[in-house]
Design a binder for this molecule. Structure first.
Ligand code: NAD
Length: 258
């Protein structure tokens, strides 16, 4: 039996994770962390606290879909108690990312901005296309629901990173986001980002490779959050018992060959 703790248990993803875990006989959610307010999943009787440090029940693996500040508190606790962590939360700054890498020297960690299999196939395709279409202008367009707090989305940034890797450049050196006003002409080699927010859009991403006289579009549309929960729970099962390291979702899903 693998004992699971959910960070963000009463959030949109927390509810999905609760449902997904209940499909497995060898998984048991034993505790959760979230801010008081929204309802907990139906039938939830496990220990739930507002701070991870208050938990008395320890799981084997944490699955975290919350906010960066909650994830950072989680990493301190998980390192202290040697508990594996699956991180789906997005919006980390450089210091946050460094803390995740540091924690992965002590515990096994998977960090993924998008746990869907389809998006991870898209990342591999974008990396290849960016290398081959090296002089095409790349624009990444993403759309999400009105409650999303960060932009560009973590997935859009992952697409940008995949493209930058394909072109052997650093994303931070070529990224252009939030154009407004007199921006001047597009710089060759830059990677542009545009974000749309509204309604209940689950998550849509497009990578547009714009050339002279043609355009190649690679994209992904999520129609249900269940795909993220499925990937995260699959990852938690895979991560259980692994040695400390920052594993990639490619390793988990066996997409290394793409
Ligand atoms: P949500 O707002 O519905 O839920 C957030 C949850 O985090 C709530 O349970 C809230 O109580 C908890 N939380 C927030 N701040 C906290 C704190 N300081 N301490 C303890 N708990 C805290 O959000 P959501 O739609 O469920 O998304 C959560 C995160 O997951 C976001 O960062 C989102 O971008 C990300 N996400 C990632 C993927 C993926 O595949 N990686 C997919 C969907 C969403």
């Amino acid at each position: 039996m693998i004992k699971v703790g959910i960070i963000g248990l009463n959030g949109r993803m927390g509810h999905m994770l609760w449902q997904e875990c209940s499909r497995y006989e060898d998984l048991k959610i034993v505790c959760g962390v979230c801010k008081a307010g929204p309802a907990l999943p139906q039938g939830c009787e496990v220990e739930v606290k507002e701070q991870v440090s208050e938990l008395k029940t320890l799981p084997d693996v944490f699955i975290d879909f919350s906010r960066p500040e909650a994830t950072l508190a989680l990493l301190d606790f998980a390192c202290e108690h040697k508990i594996a962590v699956v991180i789906g939360t997005t919006g980390f700054d450089e210091a946050g990312k460094a803390r995740i890498s540091q924690a992965a020297e002590v515990i096994p960690v998977v960090l993924a901005a998008n746990f869907s299999v389809g998006v991870n196939v898209l990342l591999s395709l974008v990396e290849k296309a960016a290398a081959i279409l090296a002089d095409y202008d790349l624009e990444i367009v993403e759309a999400h629901h009105k409650h999303k707090v960060d932009a560009p989305s973590g997935t859009a940034l992952a697409i940008g990173q995949a493209a930058a890797a394909g072109r052997k450049v650093e994303l931070k050196d070529v990224m252009v986001s939030g154009r407004d006003g007199i921006t001047g002409e597009r710089q060759p080699g830059s990677i542009g980002f545009a974000a749309i927010r509204g309604g209940d859009i689950v998550g849509e991403h497009q990578a547009l490779f714009c050339g002279e006289g043609e355009r190649v579009e690679l994209g992904h549309i999520a129609t249900s959050r269940a795909i993220f929960a499925q990937g995260a729970v699959k990852t938690a099962r895979w991560l259980f018992g692994k040695a400390p390291k920052l594993y990639t979702l490619k390793e988990v899903l066996g997409l290394d060959r793409l």
